[in-house]
Write a protein that binds this ligand. Structure first.
Ligand SMILES: NC(=O)C1=CN([C@@H]2O[C@H](COP(=O)(O)OP(=O)(O)OC[C@H]3O[C@@H](n4cnc5c(N)ncnc54)[C@H](O)[C@@H]3O)[C@@H](O)[C@H]2O)C=CC1
Ligand SMILES: O=C(O)C1=N[C@H](C(=O)O)C[C@H](O)C1
Length: 246
C-alpha cells in the first residue's frame, strides 16, 4: 500500500486525484490539504501529489524534499531555472524522487512526441492551446513544453524554430507569444477543458496534430503511474515519457 497526500485537494485537479487515489486498491489517501491548511499531515504520506498554482508550487516542493517525501507535481510554471532549483534541493536529499510533468494525459504525451517527430519535415509550425476560462496561466505548460521539443527537433535538423513570416504590421499579441522561437496562441473559452493543436505546414500540404482532454479523469492514469513509480526514481524526472518507455 502506498500512502498518498494531495496538495490543492479542493481544486479541479486535486479533487479528481483524491477520488482516483481513493478508488485504487493499492493506494491510501492519508492527507488532503488546500491553501492555508497545515502541511504537517503530509508527513504521513510516502508520496505527495501537487496540483496547486505556479505561485505556490515551489515552496511546496522544497518542503516535501526537505521532509524526505517523494513528490508528483502537475502544477505548471516550471522553466529551466525552476527545474535547476529543484535539482539543487534534491542534491541534499538524493534518496527523494520528484516528477514534474506539464501534462499527465497519455494522449497528450504522445501528441508532444508526434509533434517533435513531425517538426523537421515542415517549413512552418505554430501551436494553438485552448483551455477553460478559469486557467490562471498562459500559455499552458503543455504548449511551452511542446514548443521546446519542436524547437529542439528543428534545430537538430538545421532548421529555424520559426517558419517564414512576412508580417511586419500587427496589433501586439496578434501573432501570439514566442516560446523557444515557436509562435504559441492561447484561447480561453467556456465549455473547454484542455486542448491543443500543433499546426505544421509545407509546400501544398499541412498536418494538424490535435489533442483533447474532455474530462480531468484523462490525467489520472498518468498521475497514478507516477505515484506508483516515483519511489524507485530518485532525483528529478521531467515529463511522463521515461515512465512510458518513450
Ligand atoms: N500536469 C497536468 O496534467 C495538469 C496540470 N494542471 C495544472 O495544475 C494546476 C492546478 O490546476 P487546477 O486544479 O485546474 O486549479 P484550481 O485553481 O482548481 O486548484 C488549485 C487548488 O490549489 C489550492 N492551493 C493554492 N495554493 C495552495 C497551497 N500553497 N497549498 C495547498 N493548496 C493550494 C487552491 O486553493 C485550489 O483549491 C495548474 O497549474 C494547472 O495548469 C491542470 C491539469 C492537468
Ligand atoms: O490548467 C489546466 O487545465 C491544464 N494545465 C496543464 C497545462 O498548462 O498544460 C495541463 C492541461 O493542459 C490542463
Amino acid at each position: 500500500m502506498i500512502n498518498v497526500a494531495v496538495l490543492g485537494s479542493r481544486g479541479r485537479m486535486g479533487a479528481t486525484v483524491c477520488a482516483a487515489v481513493e478508488a485504487a486498491d493499492d493506494l491510501a489517501l492519508v492527507a488532503a490539504i488546500d491553501a492555508g491548511e497545515d502541511r504537517s499531515a503530509l508527513t504521513k504520506a510516502d508520496v505527495v501529489v501537487d496540483f496547486t498554482s505556479p505561485s505556490a508550487v515551489m515552496d511546496n516542493v522544497r518542503w516535501c524534499v526537505e521532509n524526505g517525501l517523494h513528490a508528483v507535481v502537475g502544477t505548471t510554471g516550471f522553466d529551466d531555472a525552476r527545474l535547476a532549483q529543484v535539482r539543487g534541493w534534491l542534491a541534499a536529499s538524493p534518496e527523494v524522487g520528484v516528477l514534474v510533468a506539464p501534462n499527465f494525459g497519455i494522449a497528450a504525451v504522445l501528441m508532444m512526441r508526434f509533434a517533435a517527430q513531425a517538426a523537421p519535415f515542415f517549413e512552418s509550425v505554430e501551436i494553438v492551446e485552448l483551455h477553460h476560462p478559469n486557467k490562471v496561466d498562459a500559455p499552458s505548460g503543455t504548449a511551452r513544453r511542446t514548443a521546446e521539443l519542436v524547437a529542439a527537433a528543428r534545430r537538430e535538423a538545421g532548421l529555424d524554430p520559426a517558419g517564414p513570416d512576412a508580417t511586419t504590421t500587427a496589433l501586439d499579441g496578434a501573432r501570439g507569444a514566442t516560446v523557444a522561437g515557436v509562435p504559441v496562441h492561447a484561447v480561453r473559452l467556456g465549455g473547454l477543458v484542455a486542448h491543443q493543436e500543433v499546426l505544421l505546414g509545407g509546400s501544398g500540404e499541412t498536418l494538424t496534430i490535435r489533442h483533447d482532454s474532455l474530462d480531468r479523469t484523462s490525467f489520472m492514469p498518468g498521475v497514478l503511474l507516477a505515484v506508483r513509480q516515483i519511489a524507485s526514481r530518485p532525483g528529478l524526472t521531467v515529463g511522463l515519457d521515461p515512465l512510458l518507455d518513450l
